[in-house]
Design a protein around this ligand. Structure first.
Ligand code: MG
Length: 384
């Protein structure tokens, strides 16, 4: 029996993770959940049964939850750290979007927990540090991001010197084919209507700008220890092939499955086993075509910005991620136009002097700096 804690249980991935755990009662047990502050959703989510550990890392919301329910709750960042390193937990699913769970992730690895990681931002900011800690503490980190879950499956048992290239596919996001209409005319409804995946708002905006693919290149680089120039992005509108590995001899290994996050989540929890699942199957005869395109980097400048930061390396990726989180939040709160997103990120990257091999403290410092720098630029955008 694997005892799982889910960090970010009320988000899109977190809810799917709870479904997967409930679907495997003989193998998986929910040992704990953690949420940032959506305690109303949390209360609704726990009607099926209360897990032994509950953490709320927004302190005011934690107090409210304790008052409203009369139940014990682990409070704040310390409470979240207590949950992810608790002896009754052996596997932690990190599913909260954003970077504020970096310290808990580090503590979970240091406590020897198996990690199932959906929060790609954490690998973008701290991939070198995280993968080093995973090796040092002899634990495992299995990606949940669908492309990386696909690569992880294709690469199982493949020695690194036999990998020629990793190919990450993307559906193109909600704006693929609409860009000709002009970025200024793009509406919020268009941005938030992803054609293939139903996801949270942050990643849906990242999909619209293609920043998501840029973050995924950096994520693949750290996860699989493959040089950046050997990670390629292709647009694949059918979103059936989630990633491919080109082997040294030119052979291509692809992973295909429906767009259903329960599959990569289950595999991250079952690895190295593979269990049956209720996820619908791909019906090959219903696929009329599988198309692959080069991404248009002029129309999607955020992809190029991410690759630039990745080439600069070190803290440049921290600044990229912090600036991106700040602009996406400002866009979702209606403080920034869609067309200004790449401009603000580029401005923050220009101001930043990247340092190589940052430690945790340096990462957190650049993270805070880049958000503040982005917020300042956003304020000047809206007043000019
Ligand atoms: Mg993905």
């Amino acid at each position: 029996m694997r005892r799982i804690a889910v960090v970010g249980s009320t988000g899109s991935i977190g809810r799917s993770a709870l479904d997967v755990i409930a679907s495997q009662p003989d193998r998986l047990q929910l040992a704990g959940v953690a949420v940032r502050g959506r305690i109303d959703l949390l209360a609704a989510q726990l009607t099926r049964g209360h897990p032994p550990l509950v953490a709320v890392w927004d302190e005011a919301q934690a107090d409210r939850y304790a008052r409203d329910t009369g139940r014990p709750v682990l409070r704040g960042l310390d409470g979240l750290i207590e949950l992810v390193s608790h002896p009754s937990v052996d596997t932690v699913v990190f599913a909260a979007s954003g970077s504020d769970t970096l310290i808990p992730l580090v503590r979970a690895i240091q406590s020897g927990k198996r990690i199932a990681l959906a929060s790609k931002e954490l690998l973008v900011m701290a991939g070198e540090l995280i993968m080093r800690l995973v090796r040092e503490h002899g634990t495992s980190l299995v990606p949940i991001d669908s492309e990386h879950a696909a690569l992880f499956q294709c690469l199982h048992g493949v020695p690194r010197d036999q990998i020629a290239r990793l190919i990450v596919t993307g559906s193109g996001g909600p704006l693929w084919g609409l860009q000709a209409a002009g970025a200024g005319l793009i509406t919020r409804e268009q941005v938030l209507a992803h054609p293939k995946w139903s996801m949270g708002p942050k990643i849906t905006v990242d999909s619209a700008t293609l920043m998501n693919k840029g973050l995924e290149v950096i994520e693949a680089h750290w996860l699989f220890d493959v040089p950046l120039e050997r990670v390629r992005v292709v647009i694949h509108p059918e979103a059936v092939v989630h990633a491919l590995v080109e082997m040294a001899d030119g052979s291509l290994m692809a992973q295909m499955s429906p767009c259903d996050m329960r599959l990569p989540i289950q595999y991250a929890l079952s690895f190295p086993e593979r269990w049956t699942s209720a996820v619908p199957r791909v019906e090959l005869t219903r696929l009329s075509a599988l198309r692959f395109f080069e991404p248009d980097r002029d129309q999607f400048p955020c992809l190029e910005l991410a690759l630039q930061a990745a080439r600069s390396g070190g803290t440049a990726c921290v600044a990229l991620n912090g600036a991106n989180e700040a602009v996406v939040r400002a866009y979702l709160e209606d403080h920034l136009a869609f067309s200004e997103i790449p401009r603000v990120i580029a401005g923050v990257l220009e101001q930043h002097r990247a340092a190589a091999h940052p430690n945790l403290e340096e990462i957190l410092h650049v993270d805070a700096w880049s958000r503040a720098a982005a917020r300042e630029m956003i304020a000047s955008c809206s007043t000019s």
